[in-house]
Design a protein around this ligand. Structure first.
Ligand SMILES: Nc1ncnc2c1ncn2[C@@H]1O[C@H](COP(=O)(O)OP(=O)(O)OP(=O)(O)O)[C@@H](O)[C@H]1O
Length: 261
């Protein structure tokens, strides 16, 4: 079974109005179970729109979105995925522990199950000692780790991440990249990851999906075969080759139309 399948997906915003935008045009993309796929492309090419379609936060104008073998809506109801966005999106008035418990509350899990699962997730992201803290007492990187713990709390087979590390300094970012890969490897989670960073996409992914602006299309899919990642990977020739391939693919796409003001 595939984790995500988009077939002939088109998304038009404000259809029929003067401000009509075709954000995505005939997207076909499959993400296999356990696969890490990044989306990269110029600003406005529809990366977030694609992710929101998979999450069933918006619906396609045409085409189908299947998640874990089900229509996107059913997958949302069944909590088949977790979401982590650039803004950690934590609730300030809830402790770290209770933030991570939230999706379990929505699922109706018992108090003890919620507690134990949240603890397990906080251990996983190295924040067990901060369970009783409030988000404002944590650094940006720690908040992002809480958001990842929350996204993983229901043990979803799929994570949807929209520039989750975009606001972090380079060192923290690299550390969290490694942590994310470790978590995915240990849990078998598939990931669809939006980023603006070519090195980040190459480092994390099995495949990098390169998109063109407007209407957003997939221009190339670059496979990355770097084996197990580690500090040496970032210095390796294969890593730089991957970066060059993605950069070329980004340059090679059609010239983006002028964005309306
Ligand atoms: N709710 C909406 N209503 C109207 N237009 C929208 C809406 N959401 C997105 N768009 C438009 O769809 C296009 C794609 O937007 P999207 O946010 O998916 O791009 P992106 O690739 O994620 O951009 P960025 O890299 O800047 O985050 C843009 O032209 C955007 O203005």
């Amino acid at each position: 079974m595939t984790a995500v399948a988009l077939a002939g997906v088109t998304k038009v915003f404000n259809a029929g109005r003067t401000d009509e935008v075709t954000a995505l045009a005939t997207i076909d993309l499959t993400v296999e179970n356990g696969e890490f796929v990044s989306l990269i492309g110029p600003s406005g090419c529809g990366k977030s729109t694609l992710l929101r379609l998979v999450a069933d936060l918006i619906q396609p104008t045409a085409g189908t979105v299947t998640v874990a073998g089900k229509p996107a809506k059913q997958a949302r109801i069944d909590q088949e995925y977790g979401i982590a966005f650039q803004q950690a999106g934590l609730f300030d008035w809830r402790t770290v522990q209770r933030n991570v418990e939230l999706p379990l509350e929505l699922r109706g899990s018992s108090r003890s199950e919620r507690h134990d699962r949240a603890r397990e997730m906080l251990e996983l992201v190295g924040l067990a000692d901060f369970a009783g803290h409030y988000p404002a007492q944590l650094s940006g990187g720690m908040q992002q780790r809480v958001a990842i713990a929350r996204a993983l709390a229901v043990h979803p087979p799929l994570l949807l991440m929209d520039e989750p590390f975009g606001a972090l300094d380079e060192m923290t970012r690299e550390r969290l990249q490694d942590e994310l890969l470790r978590i995915c490897a240990s849990t078998g989670t598939s990931v669809v990851f939006v980023t603006h960073s070519i090195p980040e996409a190459v480092y994390l992914s099995h495949r990098v999906v390169v998109m063109s602006a407007r209407p957003g299309r997939i221009t190339e899919i670059v496979p990355v075969d770097l084996g197990e990642r580690g500090e040496a990977t970032r210095q390796s020739p294969g890593f730089f080759t991957g970066i060059t391939k993605v950069r070329r693919a980004l340059r090679g796409g059609p010239v983006p139309a002028e964005a309306p003001a």
